[in-house]
Design a protein around this ligand. Structure first.
Ligand code: ZN
Length: 187
């Protein structure tokens, strides 16, 4: 299967015209993508950065950035859908427990944003999790009253929030292979 092409937009935030220092770079994006590809190699899916752009700042008040769906919608409007998966890399967002957000099963379009987590491994895990949503996967819910199940599931890539889990079940791999994104780009 050919690698799925990504267009990476590194998007600094601004507030009332004051631009914030951007933590991501095209170099750190490349390093995080190596982690992404290690995680997704279990499903024999690979991604490649076709283009990396430092985008114009997005002026958005800090107080509304913790609405992940709204941030995703605003970012996705900046660039029209084309033949790439659009990945927006942004600075950490206070009070947002999710690592980013994505359109589930790439509907209406294959777009995600991913927060900066301070190191390649954590950045890559968050990015790989978002790609999981684009490839149709939902969250894995953990029932902490069931110790055995909790132990198994907490190591899964699709647990919510900041976790380092990166496992995939056979069922998840099957869903990914049948997803819109893989059918469209991976053939
Ligand atoms: Zn998620």
């Amino acid at each position: 299967m050919s690698p799925i092409p990504l267009k990476v937009y590194i998007t600094p935030f601004a507030e009332q015209g004051a631009k914030e220092a951007e933590k991501w770079s095209c170099d750190t994006a490349k390093k995080a993508l190596n982690v992404v590809n290690t995680i997704w190699s279990k499903a024999k899916v690979a991604f490649v950065i076709k283009d990396c752009v430092i985008d114009k700042p997005l002026d958005m008040a800090k107080s509304v950035r913790n609405n992940d769906q709204r941030v995703l919608d605003v970012l996705s409007f900046r660039h029209k859908p084309d033949d790439f998966v659009h990945i927006y890399l942004v600075n950490p967002i206070e009070n947002l427990s999710a690592g980013g957000a994505s359109y589930q099963d790439s509907d209406p379009e294959p777009t995600s944003f991913v927060q900066w987590y301070g190191n390649d491994v954590a950045n890559g895990r968050a990015w790989a999790h978002e790609l999981g949503h684009l490839m149709s996967l939902d969250h894995v819910e953990i029932d902490y009253s069931n110790e055995k199940q909790a132990a198994q599931r907490s190591s899964n890539l699709m647990t919510k929030g900041l976790s380092m889990g990166r496992d995939l079940t056979n069922q998840q791999i099957g869903s990914v292979k049948g997803s819109k994104l893989v059918k469209r780009f991976g053939a």
